[in-house]
Design a protein around this ligand. Sequence first.
Ligand code: UDP
Length: 344
Amino acid sequence: MSSKKEILVTGGAGYIGSHTVVELIEAGYTPIILDDFRNSQKWIIDRIEDLTGNSIQVHEVDCCDEVAVEEVFNLYPNISGVIHFAADKAVGESVQNPLKYYSNNLSSLTVILKAMDNHDIKTLVFSSSCTVYGEPEKIPVTESTPIKEATSPYGDTKIISERIIKAEVDANKSLNAILLRYFNPIGAHPSGKIGELPQGIPNNLVPYITQTAKGIREELTVFGNDYDTVDGTNVRDYIHVVDLAKAHVAALDYANNQNEYSCEAFNIGTGKGSSVLEIVHAFEKVNNLKLNYKIGPRRSGDVVAIYAEVDKAKKALNWSSELDIDTALKDSWNWESNGIHNED
Ligand code: UDP
């Protein structure tokens, strides 16, 4: 059956990519990883192999390198779909260095789309983000909530990427593209073997929390408590990375079964909002520890509150999140506190 063939996973050694590779294998797919390890570690591949008992084909290639990408596609004539994760993702860095973001994130996408076209590959799952909704007027956001002007070059690359994919689907009327708009991924694989590996000081809330609990950081700063929300802190939709990974498998299955060409966006969240302080307190409770934190000023560019309406994914993809925040926060701490990733 065509749906169980090889899937090319760009950025497959990254945080969401590595968890997705595990879920693909569990679902009977054969993932092929294309990653240049600029923001990931090679030993993550060993961990995936250890976890799944499968050996993985890996190609150390920059997705912007058209020739090298084409060579990889040539090696695998049976690729039935592509999941494109490879991208730079640090919002703050994108403000400092916009050309890096526009260049890497957009070139890699066009290179992948061209290779897919050359090889007649019809299924694409793309990593988009709820950042495309900006500061929404109404929450929860649905897939038809208006796309807003981006507040960072990173966010802009996601909006432009969605547009590039839609244009390609319209022009090349045989492509089925799924745009997965991720909310906030947290957690780690329950085995503790793979998880998030932030470079330097984490920008994201949960890795900052776990590093503070471990003593790597002195104190978490909660960025503002005077927003118009339940307790004054920002609200986000935090989703377990394993649930998010499973959404990619569901998206592939769905896209493979489409006869017509299409480009569809799906919100991938839990449908539930949590404030920063709710996350802090849940982390303390489930892991039975006290976290050093203080309230600080707002962080510029933060949206006040956003969470997903998830009905579309539930109905069309037959997917919804299963793991709760407590589980995610336990798994994040299990990953961080075991420290096995620091010893490699
Ligand atoms: N946040 C915080 N302290 C930190 C990091 C994040 O208070 O050290 C808050 C941030 O202001 C936001 C939420 O945690 O309200 C989620 O931030 P993150 O950067 O993880 O995700 P995003 O901003 O992309 O939603």
